[in-house]
Ligand binder design. Structure first.
Ligand code: ZN
Length: 264
């Protein structure tokens, strides 16, 4: 397993996980396409029918003001900043779809996956306390632990809008076999019986962290000391980007068109 180098997530404070209901600083979202600087989950994937059923398709373009970008769900007839008819102007940045940060669990492999405990990210997510965490095997089948005990594969439909957190950067066949094998062993532990569940001390995070410890990846060890450290290293960087997208989505739905300053 030495050939699998660990991803090196940025670390942030847990407070960053919260959704900002005020104007999101969307610069990373808006500029990710040009600079490639921001890595959102799924940005390099083709959007297929599974994805499009949940991706609202937020559009972004720029016309007359180089310091701002326009976000909308449908292109307007006139530029919201200079009132020029859109049909006869040349855009500085032609419309593109803002990368949707969420993915259907079935389309992930050997990943940690997270979703809100109730509802979905776009409409219901409020803060980190609401999150539920699970794992996928090499076929994208979900393994999760909750008050009903360990569940595998049969609940994938509730994971059609989740964040995928890859643990290693490259997944080869040897890694897939090792991941699936370890997952089978971890799943058989007695502590995942329904009566062993405890919201505070033996929960969905316990299952995921126990499994990751059993992988015995040396570089992963410091992040597995505690739930807090694991969240800081792996979860917060993903939810931080997702929170920006969610805030942008809720604002575009509410206002129709929003113009955001993207220079700060
Ligand atoms: Zn304009």
């Amino acid at each position: 397993m030495q050939s699998n180098s660990l991803s090196t997530p940025q670390t942030t404070t847990p407070d960053d996980i919260r959704v900002r209901e005020s104007v999101p600083n969307s610069s990373s979202l808006a500029t990710s396409r040009e600079s490639g600087g921001t890595q959102l989950i799924g940005t390099t994937e083709t959007i297929d029918e599974t994805m499009s059923s949940v991706d609202p398709g937020i559009l972004c373009f720029q016309h007359c003001n180089p310091k701002s970008k326009v976000f909308c769900l449908e292109l307007p007839d006139y530029c919201p900043q200079c009132d020029s008819p859109m049909s006869c102007i040349e855009l500085k940045i032609p419309p593109f779809c803002v990368p949707f940060p969420f993915i259907c669990a079935k389309r992930t492999q050997c990943s940690v996956i997270i979703r809100p405990t109730d509802g979905d990210f776009l409409h219901h997510y409020q803060n980190a306390a609401d999150l539920h965490i699970g794992l996928t095997d090499s076929k994208g089948d979900v393994y999760e632990f909750d008050k009903y005990g360990l569940q595998s594969a049969n609940r994938s439909s509730s994971w059609n809008q989740c964040l995928s957190v890859p643990i290693v950067t490259e997944i080869d066949n040897m890694w897939k076999d090792y991941w699936d094998y370890t997952l089978q062993i971890a799943s058989q532990l007695d502590r995942w019986q329904p009566n062993q569940y405890s919201e505070d001390s033996n929960n969905c995070y316990s299952f995921v962290i126990t499994f990751l410890r059993m992988l015995r990846v040396k570089d992963l060890k410091p992040s597995l000391n505690s739930k807090t450290q694991f969240c800081k290293d792996f979860i917060v960087p993903r939810t931080k980007n997702a929170a920006k997208y969610i805030a942008l989505y809720r604002r575009v739905v509410k206002e129709g068109i929003c113009v955001l300053n993207t220079t700060q």
